[in-house]
Design a protein around this ligand. Structure first.
Ligand SMILES: Nc1ncnc2c1ncn2[C@@H]1O[C@H](COP(=O)(O)OP(=O)(O)OP(=O)(O)O)[C@@H](O)[C@H]1O
Ligand SMILES: [Mg+2]
Length: 186
């Protein structure tokens, strides 16, 4: 079980950013990718997640044998890929609780509904682990959040979606220490 990237080339507009990247990440392992500003770390993250600004011109990405590049962005998410953004977007008008609830509902078979009581119980228990005040559930997604609060909110989304592969683009020290706590809990 792994994500395998072979000879990946990707461009934005006419500029080629990724020029033949090879990488294999087995499940259960943590890998850190380091490189100078502008070297393409966020580009790689977004290409794996399926951002449509980027065009893959050669190479392949497979996840547990599945051709990731053949999937739409939502299919990639439902298949178990999660991306925590370097610069999380603010979504005014959409509460944090409704946002995560919608993402979870989208994973259910047609016609099924999320149990609201169980959902909030789960959400609050994850927020407790992350030391997040409950008032963040009613606030609009990332709107006016501090940098660190945004990063923590990405980790909350990750914990709620329970993905198979997590890409954390430029994770900060607070979320890294959260993650080590999570690993210790498992
Ligand atoms: N829309 C765009 N048009 C042209 N070039 C772009 C565009 N978006 C990104 N780039 C370029 O792609 C390159 C890679 O950027 P990327 O954000 O992937 O780097 P990074 O390794 O994540 O950097 P950092 O460490 O600063 O986060 C940069 O040179 C950037 O300017
Ligand atoms: Mg970056």
């Amino acid at each position: 079980m792994s994500i395998i990237i072979k000879d990946l080339h990707a461009k934005i507009g006419d500029t080629e950013i990724l020029k033949g990247l090879n990488l294999e990440i087995p499940t259960g392992e943590v890998h850190a990718i380091m490189g100078p500003n502008g070297s393409g770390k966020s580009t790689l993250s977004k290409v794996i997640a399926g951002h449509d600004d980027y065009e893959v011109t050669a190479g392949s990405i497979t996840m547990d044998g599945v051709d990731v590049l053949g999937l739409d962005v939502d299919e990639r998410s439902r298949a178990g890929i999660f991306l925590a953004f370097q610069y999380p977007m603010e979504i005014p008008g959409v509460s944090n609780a409704n946002f995560i609830r919608a993402a979870l509902s989208a994973r259910l078979p047609d016609g099924d509904e999320l149990d609201a009581v169980a959902y909030y119980k789960n959400l609050y228990s994850k927020m407790e682990v992350l030391d997040m005040d409950r008032k963040f559930t009613a606030r609009a997604v990332n709107e006016g959040f501090s940098g660190g609060e945004k990063k923590r909110n990405e980790i909350l989304q990750m914990m709620m979606l329970d993905p198979r592969y997590c890409i954390l683009d430029e994770t900060d020290s607070a979320s890294t220490s959260m993650l080590s706590r999570l690993f210790l809990m498992e």
